[in-house]
Structure formats: structure tokens, C-alpha cells
Design a binder for this molecule. Structure first.
Ligand code: NCD
Length: 363
């Protein structure tokens, strides 16, 4: 069965098909009005969300389907201690497809292993956010006309920003991608993306620490919010929270056709004065996101039992008592029955199978 847990669960061809279908729905939404009549989507949101949950809800409604679920896990059986697998088993008997957002990294993956219906990861901790990636890809295509051959600057919280991690992974399969990372030292991109994605796939990247230095080179400027809720140290958050702010003055240095993207919500990293600039694409991006989610739901249901669209084989994984995952927010440290498991990355580093953090030695 086809799930979407990580952007690479879809082949590049499947991604392109979803983006193209999203564009077709955008052009003629009426044609899809009854496409999923009598079907149900469950949205299980264990972490706050406005856009993503409402976008999924609107997407399913515009396909003629229905939506059930929860936006606050404290009101569900989770509060009684139910595991994510049990919740998904139960909900799978009510719904045809499930979107899960979870603060625990790896939770949607573990759920997908036992689910009888397709699972969509709507964001797990600071790990991955593949439907935002589809949103970003359709936006780049609509704004620039192509995804290949672009220079994209990622600015802000590249350490905890799951949308950045997933988008870099997805872009690594397009040609001519040039990445510029704009972040303070505390918020730099995690090693596993630099080593296993950029270096392995031959993506050119460089790291700088201010926007002005590079803005004139960019086709896309991808702004992000500093993820307050992921910081374990409040002083560290205070130090970096206002690191990079985009204003009209900086926009004067940019190309005439550059697109500014932001997964939203923004806090103060883009001043409202930029909103009227035609290059500010972040509110159009929200709209494209609904159409691409409509396309995703349609395609995952169509591919559900199609042997031509399998899940990729999971990477080989192993247990080793001498190692442990140090990430307190990883599913293997949060649910007792999920064993610690590791994989050897392409760059020769042993990583947690669920959250990709580097394995630590067990004392
Ligand atoms: C992002 C997320 O949840 O990771 N937002 C979104 O999905 N629209 C970015 C963020 O929260 O900063």
C-alpha cells in the first residue's frame, strides 16, 4: 500500500504526476467536485496546526468527501495512554485514508506499518513534512514555470524546520539545483541532510550568514520561522529568534522574478510591508497547497492496491545493544514496544532508523 511518510516514498515521476494533477484541479476544480463522494479522510492531529489541518479538510470537502478526526489529542483516547498504532487501527475501520501530525518523530511511520488504509505524514516533530513539500513544489512550478535549474536560498531555522529538510530531499532529484543555506550557527541544517542528501546526490550547497550577501542570486527565497517549541533551552531561543528578517529594502536587491515562499505561520521574519510585493508568494502557496493535497488524496487512493506503485523497500536496519538513539522526541524513546533500530547511512554514519539522528554509544 502506498503511504506518504517521507518525500522519497514517492518516486520523482509520482511527485510530478501529483503536482500536475494539482495544477489541473486548480485550473478546473468543478470537474473533481464529486470525485471522492462517500469517502472519508481522518485527520489525527497530535500537535497544533491551522493551515495543514484545514487544508486537508478543505481538500477532502472539495472532492465531495467527508472528514473526521481530532485537532487536540488531549480530548481523545490518547489521553488515556493509547498508542498511536492502536488509534490508527481503530480509525482505519472508519476512514479510507488518514493524515497524522505528531510531535513524536517516527510516529507516522510506525502507524503506517500496521495501517489498513494509506497514511499521510502531516508533519512529525522536526523530522519531515512531505505534504508541505508538495505544496512548495507546486508553488515553485506555478511561480517560476519550472522546478529544474533553480537557485534556492533557505533562511532561518534550518535545524528544526522540517519543511526545509523535506524540500531539500525532494529537490535533490531535480536537475541543476543550487542550494544556499542562510542561518545562524545555532540553527544550521542537520548533518544527515548535508551528508546523505546534498553530498550524496551532488547538490551544490553553501552556507552563509546573511540574506543581503546572496539575495540577488536567488530564484526562490524560502523563509522559515524559528521553531520555538522545539528548543530545549529558552536562552538559546532568545538569542536567535530575530536572526533574519526580510524587509522591502532587502527585496530591492532581489531578481525581478524571485519568489518568496514561507510555509507559514510567520512570526516576524517577513515584515508585512513585503506582502504587497508581487514576488511574495506565501499566501498563494497556501492556496496551491489545498489543490496539491486534493491531488495527493486522489492518487494515494488510486494507487492503494496497484502493484505498479509500491512503497520503496525500507532501508536495511538492525539493532545493536551498544548503541542508542539520543533523541528524546523519537518514537523509539517514547513508546516502549518500539525497539531501538539503526541503519548505516550512505555516508557511513549509523543513524536512528526512525528519526535519522546520529546513533550514540550506550554507556
Ligand atoms: C510548518 C510546520 O508545521 O512545520 N507549517 C505548516 O505546515 N504550514 C512550519 C512552521 O510551523 O513553522
Amino acid at each position: 500500500m502506498k503511504h506518504l511518510i517521507d518525500p522519497t516514498d514517492l518516486t520523482k515521476e509520482e511527485v510530478d504526476q501529483i503536482v500536475e494533477l494539482g495544477e489541473a484541479i486548480y485550473a478546473d476544480p468543478g470537474k473533481y467536485r464529486d470525485a471522492l463522494k462517500y469517502h472519508k479522510l481522518a485527520t489525527l492531529f497530535y500537535e497544533p496546526s491551522t493551515r495543514t489541518r484545514l487544508s486537508f479538510t478543505a481538500a477532502m470537502m472539495e472532492l465531495g468527501g467527508n472528514v473526521l478526526g481530532f485537532a487536540d489529542a488531549t480530548n481523545s483516547s490518547v489521553a488515556k495512554g493509547e498508542s498511536v498504532e492502536d488509534t490508527v487501527k481503530v480509525v482505519g475501520s472508519f476512514a479510507d485514508i488518514i493524515a497524522i501530525r505528531h510531535h513524536i518523530e517516527g510516529a507516522p511511520y510506525v502507524a503506517s506499518q500496521i495501517s489498513s488504509v494509506p497514511i499521510i505524514n502531516a508533519g512529525d516533530g522536526s523530522h519531515a513534512h512531505p505534504t508541505q513539500t508538495l505544496t512548495d513544489l507546486i508553488t515553485i512550478k506555478k511561480e517560476l514555470g519550472h522546478i529544474d535549474d533553480i537557485t534556492i536560498g533557505f533562511c532561518g531555522d534550518l535545524r528544526f524546520g522540517r519543511t526545509v529538510h523535506s524540500l531539500i530531499k525532494a529537490l535533490s532529484r531535480y536537475k541543476g539545483i543550487n542550494v544556499i543555506l542562510i542561518a545562524p550557527d545555532e540553527l544550521k541544517l542537520p548533518d544527515y541532510i548535508k551528508q546523505d542528501v546534498c553530498r550524496k546526490q551532488g547538490i551544490a550547497y553553501r552556507e552563509v550568514n546573511n540574506i543581503e550577501e546572496v539575495i540577488s542570486e536567488l530564484d526562490v527565497l524560502y523563509m522559515t520561522r524559528v521553531q520555538k517549541e522545539r528548543f530545549l533551552d529558552e536562552d538559546e531561543f532568545e538569542r536567535v529568534k530575530d536572526s533574519f528578517v526580510l524587509d522591502s529594502k532587502k527585496m530591492t536587491l532581489a531578481k525581478e522574478k524571485m519568489a518568496v515562499l514561507h510555509p507559514l505561520p510567520r512570526v516576524n521574519e517577513i515584515l508585512p510591508e513585503v506582502d504587497d510585493d508581487p514576488r511574495a508568494a506565501y499566501f498563494r502557496q497556501v492556496e496551491y497547497g489545498k489543490f496539491v493535497r486534493m491531488a495527493l488524496i486522489l492518487k494515494l487512493l488510486e494507487w492503494k492496491d496497484d502493484p505498479a506503485h509500491p512503497m520503496p523497500k525500507p532501508e536495511e536496519n538492525f539493532s545493536d545493544r551498544r548503541l542508542r538513539c539520543n533523541n528524546a522526541r523519537c518514537i523509539c524513546n517514547c513508546e516502549q514496544h518500539v525497539p531501538q533500530s539503526f541503519r548505516l547511512s550512505d555516508s557511513g554514519i549509523i543513524r536512528c532508523f526512525y528519526c535519522d539522528s546520529r546513533a550514540a554509544k550506550n554507556n
